[in-house]
Design a protein around this ligand. Structure first.
Ligand SMILES: Nc1ncnc2c1ncn2[C@@H]1O[C@H](COP(=O)(O)OP(=O)(O)OP(=O)(O)O)[C@@H](O)[C@H]1O
Ligand SMILES: Nc1ncnc2c1ncn2[C@@H]1O[C@H](COP(=O)(O)OP(=O)(O)OP(=O)(O)O)[C@@H](O)[C@H]1O
Ligand SMILES: [Mg+2]
Ligand SMILES: [Mg+2]
Lengths: 258, 258
């Protein structure tokens, strides 16, 4: 059964793309077949995996119902990891999709054949920093929401908004079974009180839903995208690769226990 | 003559809010009268200055033409600095404004009486991390675009998109005289090669338009919002306050030389 995860948080710069790329790569390393969807017009997951934006190659025409999702899939440098890249046109998707029939379910409908084929163990969606129609499509299509959270005050503040939106999506029937796959703390700098306070606060409110694995601030993680590589190729033995591997193992454990 | 600056960058987490709050406070400290508009539904500039979200207190009804901007203005703890706070409803503004007449000029029209009164030397707009209708309203209303840029690869990548959008706004007549007030490098960590490379690259491409002042990574800057204070009140003698003061002085110098 293909498990669809939306990597989302409306707060900007919290590590969504870094987590989507590196979690996907580490799951592939653990012999899972993974598809990463770049749903952000910024196309960071696309360049972070070494791809250029390809006009006509994104989810844009898929959301408009003019192309099949399967035709947009590209293999990456990581075995068992495929990507649907983004493109600039995706910027216009929100306004165009709003005018169509079933605007919230365009991605869900497009993913259905792929999910039924069980071609992938996981499909991950990298979302833009907003709660607009692109992110809402990802939340409507997903089984669970994977929340990267920076160890900072503004990120903590945004979590209550995200929690409310999630409850709303369940209650108003957009996606009644949408769960939280987990919250992963990112860019943790143990030397600052602020980071420790934020982690303690999040664990107090969200308990089990917070991954044990905490991603440290590591300059290698921010250098890797410049070389178009996930961290397991760019710096395979470093702390970034080790902690994202631990995160992937912890996710698989949680999924088995479901 | 009131100078209107949009603090914008579609890349998330680059320091837009931190720069909008602290530059505004430092300009007020230099005896300029400043109004800060929180145009981001996340309302970070609102909480960063110690305010709660106030239902009905934001730019939401102003953009819909149902309220005057002047009625939403609140004084802050900093003399000569006023704020128009954000609220959750602002989330829905983009879809609603899209249906109205002159969707791109709602903010510009609302600001005109205030700008004509010359009540403020500067009006700064904190924008959300996207190029949707809220940010476009800010760009259509502004005299100049103030771009905070994190010293990271993805942020650098996003700059070319922003530059293209700016050229587009000028050429297609939305705002033919929109300039770049400047690019300020943020969260600079001199110990990493990446930060130095990004700064060098940006200076090479954008030359004079990049401020000399570089904002260092400083934990005090990320702690201040938790206390609802700008850095000049939270840690007045620290590196964060000193560099934002230098940025304010450099901006005033550039403005005088215009
Ligand atoms: N653990 C980490 N250590 C150091 N740098 C990191 C880490 N995680 C992410 N970064 C860097 O921080 C910046 C923000 O991360 P990223 O772009 O992944 O966030 P995002 O949530 O996807 O941003 P956006 O909201 O714009 O989509 C990037 O420049 C990235 O390289
Ligand atoms: N110079 C700095 N040193 C350390 N931390 C900083 C600095 N500038 C900003 N921060 C912190 O980095 C995070 C991102 O900054 P901020 O929220 O201002 O960016 P933004 O561009 O407004 O984000 P968004 O795209 O979500 O609106 C915040 O938690 C902030 O406190
Ligand atoms: Mg991203
Ligand atoms: Mg902000």
């Amino acid at each position: 059964m293909t498990r669809i995860l939306a990597v989302a948080n409306q707060k900007g710069g919290v590590g969504k793309t870094t987590t989507a790329i590196n979690l996907a790569a580490c799951l592939a390393e653990l012999h899972k077949r993974v598809l990463l969807l770049d749903l952000d017009p910024q196309a960071n997951a696309t360049s972070g995996l070494g791809f250029e934006r390809i006009p006509g190659g994104s989810l844009y025409e898929v959301l408009l119902g003019e192309k099949n999702l399967g035709d947009q899939i590209k293999p990456t440098a990581v075995p068992r990891l495929d990507l649907v890249p983004s493109e600039t046109d995706l910027c216009g998707a929100e306004i165009e999709v709003a005018r169509l029939d079933r605007p919230l379910y365009r991605l869900r409908d497009a993913l259905r054949p792929l999910a039924d084929e069980n071609r992938y163990h996981f499909i991950l969606t990298d979302c833009p920093p907003s709660l607009g129609l692109l992110t809402m499509n990802a939340l409507a299509a997903a089984h669970a929401l994977f929340i990267p959270l920076q160890c900072e005050y503004y990120a903590l503040e945004g979590l209550s908004t995200l929690d409310r939106v999630l409850a709303d999506i369940r209650q108003n029937g957009i996606n009644p079974t949408l769960e939280i796959a987990g919250i992963v703390m990112t860019m943790f700098d143990g030397r600052t009180n602020l980071a420790q306070q934020v982690v303690a606060e999040v664990r107090r409110h969200f308990g089990e839903r917070v991954f044990e694995t905490v991603i440290p601030r590591s300059v290698r993680l921010s250098e890797a995208p410049g070389f178009g590589q996930p961290i397991i190729l760019f710096d395979p033995q470093g702390s970034g690769a080790q902690t994202y591997r631990a995160l992937a193992r912890e996710l698989l454990k949680k999924e088995r226990a479901r």
